[in-house]
Design a protein around this ligand. Sequence first.
Ligand SMILES: [Cu+2]
Length: 390
Amino acid sequence: MKIVQKGWGWGLAAALLALSFAPALGQLGEEARKRAAEIAAEPTSSAITAEAVKDLESWVITLAGIVLILVLIAINRVASLVEFAPISQQKTSNIHGWTFLGVGLILAAFIGYEFMYHTKYHIWADSVHGQKIDSLFTVTFVITMFVFVATQAALFTFAFLYRERPGRKALYYPDNHTLEYVWTGIPAVTLLILVGGGLLVWEEVHNPDLGGQKPQEIELVGEQFQWRIRYPGMDGKLGKHGFKLLTATNPHGVDSSDVNAKDDVIASAKEIHIVKNKPVLFKVRAKDVLHGVYAPHFHVNIYAVPGMPTQFNFTPTKSTAEARKERENEKFNYELLCSQLCGSSHFNMRAVIIVHENEKELNDWMSKQATFIKNEPASTEPESKATAQL
Ligand SMILES: [Cu+2]
């Protein structure tokens, strides 16, 4: 009897703890609604408003989920006491069976909710290799989701259906070799196919077949806290660089004695200009700490490591204008971010990626940019004629 009392005490304490969250949650819900009303009153774009409200809702629902789990633990605690009390075994089995069914349904509801509201956060790639990654992701997702749903549904419904009932006896079933082969073989083959597919896609991402096209090279140098962007200019060749040449006026450390460097274009650190359907090769360096070149809309992500150049090849499949039309958002821009938390102003490491419709558009823009030679007049005299010819 003592045990029963102690158990009830614990159960009650857990239940109270769980319920103590309820007012806080109500408050949060209230806050969410208030904030939503505030946001709605502000003269901002409606997309942002809806997003902010959804985010707050998500938080409230997540917290509600946690409270629910705590309540379930409390109920379970209480239910487990039944074993000590003089109640029939059968009643215990019924409680367990129904609890299983309830938990299964709540889990299903949560998964449904996740599908409805959070799958939209996946960015479908607008690049050739990115679409292959997306396909691989979809195939993996469909297969694993099918297995997940089937096994979880079986787990919860079987626990309910085959709970102890009068006159029913469990079947003693020691082993079955065929069954073992099947449920070991199928996952093994499936995983082999998925991992093999992953390896093939990895190979295509890092060694793409450009069909003989020469990629547009762009140098990206990460520094605290901005991206330095250099184009090869009309000759299509980036000039040499060296870290000893770094100065305030030569932030890329470009070697001015290299003839290929003369027409290099060092443009605004806030914009990267590329062309639709033309391969791009990012040549990546870092000056100080570890940064990461991250262009989520193209599924591009590679470290920028001090002392170790890296590179990434990709081909955009849509121009900025097309992307805006598709998203019905005139302000949409492709972005370049830093994927490493590189310091206090890490957030500042952003640049807009502008994808031009055709090469002419890019050349028009490029011709308006100052070349490296203009930025470094000290060493230009003998070669300035050569540059003028370009
Ligand atoms: Cu960074």
